[in-house]
Design a protein around this ligand. Structure first.
Ligand code: 1GP
Length: 228
């Protein structure tokens, strides 16, 4: 387990493909969140990732990259989160892209900074589900079984329940949380205010707050206070 991961309760996920002005970025970085995660499912490039990293670096908050394609890999982040989608039949998203990355860039990969995430994608109506061919029709026991594969068979340090764009079923998230031992459980999707933040935080280790930063900054900032 990487030391920085352990105490995180709250993370803001910022998308390099979306505009955020300096005042909003300052509010996000100074909010008391534990980390800024840079990532997105589409339109993420080297240039827009470098740009966002350099702007976040004005602040002391840790800044990590969630790698979803090879073009966006930029040096200088504190950690590199590497998703491996548990509930897809397409091995491209489990080990395929990863194999390509290692073959091409293995000599320069800072292995100590990599944190693999066992992704369980549960919102069928999300870009990440469509892109990865995720099999989202899982009941709580089915999802928890994937979490155990990630935690107990693969020893991944993070299990990430991804409902991107919609607030998920908290009973499912709770069951997943109860079923993992060593892995930290991240939850992301549809956290839009203090109430949804508190509900999600009650059943996972770390909440990830994305879209609402762009849709309603004031509510986004209240999600930090709700879990701290
Ligand atoms: C997306 O899990 C994050 O990867 C957050 O989801 O944008 O719905 O907050 P939202």
């Amino acid at each position: 387990m990487k030391q920085m991961i352990k105490p995180w309760r709250h993370v803001f996920k910022l998308d390099p493909d979306r505009e955020i002005d300096d005042n909003a970025l300052e509010a996000v970085c100074m909010s008391g969140t534990d980390a800024i995660m840079v990532g997105g499912s589409s339109g993420v490039t080297y240039d827009n990732t470098v740009d966002l990293l350099s702007r976040v670096r004005r602040y002391e908050v840790p800044c990590v990259l969630e790698v979803s394609n090879l073009e966006m890999i930029v040096p200088g982040f504190d950690l590199y989160m590497i998703p491996m989608v548990m509930n897809t039949a397409d091995s491209m998203w489990i080990t395929g892209q990863h194999q390509r990355a290692v073959e091409e860039y293995g000599y320069m990969i800072p292995w100590d900074l990599l944190v693999p995430e066992g992704y369980i994608v549960l919102n069928s109506d999300s870009t990440v589900a469509r892109m990865t061919g995720a099999q989202t029709e899982l009941d709580a026991a089915g999802a928890a079984a994937y979490a155990q594969v990630a935690d107990k068979l693969m020893s991944l340090p993070v299990v990430y329940v991804e409902y991107s764009g919609s607030f998920g079923d908290m009973d499912t998230v709770k069951k997943i949380h109860q079923s993992v031992n060593a892995a930290k459980l991240f939850y992301g999707g549809g956290i839009v205010d203090a109430e949804t933040a508190a509900k999600a935080a009650a059943v996972c280790d770390t909440i990830v707050v994305g879209n609402v930063v762009y849709d309603n900054l004031k509510q986004a900032l209240l999600t930090v206070k709700a879990v701290k």
